[in-house]
Design a protein around this ligand. Structure first.
Ligand code: GLC
Length: 512
């Protein structure tokens, strides 16, 4: 079993010198965010750049130019990169852009057959065959671009199944990379969710793109230590636990962070009133009032005194919305709570939430994708609910902590690594945790939060402040990635100092 909890000596992390790291991703915030992967791609590379650039190393993001990104400021650096496909070819233009206030170059791959003509990042009308084709063509374009660049790619940092063809093609298709195994660039695959794998029937056999990536990559990470352990078990491995266990030598759990500048209640211009630790009470009250107005809920003093519980989430099975719906009938609405849910996703869940909101005045369902409203919810709410079935890391609970919304979470994946139950650990706890995937546990956790805020306001205030002070930045995680890059690029170096991260990150962060 992987010892993902072995401490990492972050202060002495090795950083590779004179290396080029290419971060390949389907989404990147703020250009094309769909979920947490977009947030990670929009912030981790910058944190890596800060460590890599003083050592003469480069970092670049490579991503498709999706339809929704048309009009973005960029300049074409390669016109007509021709990528053969059967007896025809796809033509890509490569644009160069940068993230707002960012340093890392972002290469955008424009192609009308696969990306630029679609508004959605993951177009729902495409067959799996067409999806796989677009990801393989993107990978071929990336490799062809890499062959042309004078700054050689030393390491491809791949993210989720959409980008695994880069690793697979490097190993199986000599036309994509005219190199010997010794000069082949290294690949690191980060799994943000094993829930999506890219499975299709092809020429009479089943292909699984995630499985191919796991097999061919040189190293494998996932986004929290607990999820790294869970995916090696039959319950958490989504059918791939055997393969995960067989590859556990190269598997590491590195916890995600958040961009503490972008997510800062003291400077966040999206809020009705900014606030910091010392002013959180007044800040929350003002933001609650503004949110009630925005949502058309009125100013009833009873409403303002309720315990507001927020959820900002993709509406997919993973996120435990069936549990929330069950909890409504298992005593949740008998509590003095106001539940505000924001998100889009599966039509069945969208509809179920709309109906729940009609039945219960204490439920407000905003079925939309609105990053501004999302921040207003974090700022207004007393608590933030994440009852996930599985959660590789979860960023919502980290943002909620920063905004003084106390997380109420299920003890799973990255939620288990970042939220400590305050009932069990009154001095160190930063939230409320329940274990079994049952509505009763959720209701009980919410009840504990409501009771503490009502009956022990000073303890509640201390809890809020403790969470706000905790440091869940990217810095330490970026050091862990650099250490791993270094090990991959200089295999003679000892991996001892890297060894499997994250207990130290988790412990330090929880201490605040
Ligand atoms: C996926 C996971 C989430 C994780 C995010 C970024 O969205 O479901 O848990 O935080 O990726 O890694």
């Amino acid at each position: 079993m992987v010892d993902v909890h072995k401490p990492l000596s972050v202060r002495h992390a090795h950083v590779p010198s004179h290396a080029s790291v290419w971060f390949c991703t389907m989404e990147v915030a703020p250009f094309s965010k769909v979920g947490g992967l977009g947030d990670v791609a929009g912030s981790l590379p910058e944190a890596l750049y800060r460590l890599l650039s003083p050592r003469g190393s480069d970092m670049a993001i490579l991503t498709p130019l999706h339809g929704k990104m048309r009009g973005l400021q960029s300049r074409v650096v390669i016109k007509e990169l021709v990528v053969p496909h059967r007896d025809t070819c796809w033509r890509f233009n490569v644009h160069l852009a940068s993230l707002p206030d960012g340093n890392v170059p972002v290469y955008l791959f424009e192609n009308h057959d696969g990306f630029t003509n679609f508004e959605q990042v993951y177009p729902t009308h495409l067959s799996i065959e067409d999806e796989v084709l677009r990801y393989e063509m993107f990978a071929k374009a990336v490799l062809s671009f890499a062959c042309r660049q004078s700054a050689k790619a030393h390491l491809f940092h791949l993210n989720d199944w959409h980008t695994t063809p880069v690793a697979t093609l490097l190993h199986t298709d000599p036309s994509c990379w005219p190199a010997t195994p010794e000069t082949r660039p290294k690949t690191l695959l980060t799994i943000h969710s094993l829930g999506y794998q890219g499975i299709l029937e092809e020429a009479g056999r089943t292909r699984n793109l995630m499985a191919e990536g796991i097999q061919y990559c040189d190293a494998l990470t996932t986004v929290s230590p607990t999820y790294a352990r869970e995916i090696c078990t039959p319950e958490g491995g989504a059918g791939l636990h055997g393969l995960m266990s067989a590859n556990q030598d190269k598997l590491h759990g590195i916890l995600n962070g958040i961009d503490r500048v972008a997510f800062n209640p003291a400077t966040d211009t999206r809020l009705a009133r900014t606030y910091r630790v010392a002013t959180v009470q007044a800040g929350k009250a003002a933001n609650k009032k503004a949110l009630a107005e925005r949502l058309g809920l009125g100013h009833d003093p009873d409403l303002m005194h309720r315990h507001w519980v927020g959820m900002v989430t993709r509406l997919v099975d993973q996120k435990g919305l069936d549990l929330v719906l069950a909890a409504l009938d298992a005593g949740l609405v008998e509590q003095p709570v106001q539940l505000v849910i924001l998100g889009t996703g599966q039509p069945d869940l969208e509809e179920a939430l709309r109906q729940a909101a009609e039945r219960h005045p204490q439920v407000t369902a905003c079925i939309e994708f609105d990053p501004v409203l999302a921040q207003q919810i974090y700022a207004a709410c007393d608590s933030f609910l994440m009852p996930s079935k599985f959660e590789p890391c979860g960023l919502g609970q980290l943002i909620a902590l920063r905004y003084g919304a106390v997380p109420i979470v299920r003890k799973v994946g990255g939620l288990a690594d970042t939220v400590l139950d305050v009932t069990e650990s009154p001095e160190a706890g930063n939230g409320f945790v329940f274990d079994a995937y049952e509505a009763e546990g959720l209701v009980d956790a919410v009840r504990r939060a409501v009771d503490m805020k009502t009956d022990y306001p000073e303890s509640w205030q201390a809890l809020v402040e403790r969470g706000m002070r905790q440091e869940w930045s990217w810095h330490q995680s970026a050091q862990a990635y650099c250490e791993l890059y270094h090990h991959l690029l200089c295999p003679q170096s000892s991996i001892a100092s890297f060894f499997h991260t994250c207990k130290s990150i988790v412990t330090r962060c929880l201490k605040g």
